[in-house]
Design a protein around this ligand. Structure first.
Ligand code: P6P
Length: 336
């Protein structure tokens, strides 16, 4: 079968939209090139002086890894020149990243986590880049206001991730299904390997950091116990799989089925709504999983319906196979 490159796939999509300007295609092309550059460094991390931390702490209060910093700079420098963006938001930067005046702009807004799971870099665990793409409400020359950026996830025009694992894969949706492309290093192209991905209706895997169980509220403890003891309650056993890298845990569940949970916990009074970020982690993954037939909630609310009030606000996340997420939603509702 002739291999379809991601560029051909994007051009096919563009042909189906006669009014398309080609800016979206250009945006994704630049993002894909950034991913190839990041992937190259990630694959050589052990050989270069890019392992370990920079000694700095980011806006999230997390140690900045050298590869984090590298990935962030690669994306910002390449995307600010692409002529398609009016603003960017990075998980690594406290404020909105404006496009320097010397570069042309467009009406897309890119929100991204340059290297999620980076705490695992030194252990050679798979990590990833996560992105969500929005459009500003009205195209004008004014600089983008924060209200134009704080959009709910259902406004995304596209979302995706690149996972740097045993192979480098790009998984993305632009609202017409979820498609996976595997990088063929011998030609440097992402080739269509997983067309129209659908997540199984119900899985046999639950992913959660059970080490925090004593910090969860009663409802959360009961919910996780249901999956742990599912053989007794549902007559089918679930396996606990937890990598500690969202992109890896999500991707495995997308392919095999299952649920990933990062509940709110009482460990840090400043992070009572969980650790994961709504705009640069939960919302892009929620768009992808819904397009693949799955579901994503904060326990009660659909993630894509949540109106952000801050750039880096955190949210509890329950995401994956529809039947499993519905179990969680029903149990939280019954406890409410
Ligand atoms: P914990 C990585 O730092 C990350 O943001 C996600 O990739 C991952 O799912 C989560 O944190 C792991 O957090 O608290 O279980 O180590």
């Amino acid at each position: 079968m002739r291999q379809v490159t991601v560029v051909e796939h994007l051009l096919l999509r563009q042909k189906e939209r006669p009014l398309a300007s080609g800016r979206f295609t250009r945006l994704l092309n630049e993002l894909i090139l950034s991913a190839k550059i990041i992937g190259r460094e990630v694959s050589r991390a052990g050989l270069l002086d890019v392992l370990g931390g920079t000694g700095e702490v980011n806006v999230q209060g997390e140690m900045v890894q050298k590869l984090d910093d590298f990935a962030n700079r690669v994306i910002i420098r390449r995307m600010e020149r692409a002529g398609v963006l009016c603003a960017m938001v990075s998980e690594e930067n406290a404020d909105v990243i404006e496009i320097p005046r010397q570069f042309p702009t467009g009406d897309y807004i890119l929100i991204f986590d340059p290297l999620d799971g980076s705490a695992n870099i030194d252990a050679n665990v798979s990590i990833g880049t996560i992105f969500g793409i929005y459009r500003r409400s009205s195209f004008n020359d004014e600089s983008v206001s924060i209200s134009e950026i704080l959009q709910k996830g259902s406004n995304q025009v596209a979302a995706g991730y690149i996972i740097y694992g045993s192979s480098t894969m790009l998984v993305y949706t632009a609202g017409s299904g979820v498609h996976g492309f595997t990088l063929d290093p011998s030609v440097g192209e992402f080739l269509l390997s997983h067309p129209d991905i659908k997540i199984p209706e119900q899985g046999k895997i639950y992913s959660v950091n059970e080490g925090y169980a004593s910090y969860w509220d009663t409802a959360t403890q009961k919910i996780v116990e249901t999956f742990r003891n599912s053989h007794a309650s549902h007559g089918r056993s679930y396996s606990l799989r937890y990598i500690g890298s969202l992109v890896s845990d999500f991707h495995r569940n997308l392919i095999y089925g299952g649920i990933f949970m990062y509940p709110a916990d009482a460990r840090d009074p400043k992070k009572t709504t969980g650790k994961l970020r709504l705009m640069c982690e939960a919302a892009p993954m929620a768009f992808i999983v819904e397009q693949a037939g799955g579901m994503a909630i904060d326990g009660i609310r659909r993630i894509l319906d949540i109106e952000p009030t801050e750039l880096h606000q955190r949210v509890p996340l329950f995401i994956g196979s529809k039947a499993d997420v519905e179990t969680v939603q029903k149990m939280y509702s019954d406890f409410a």
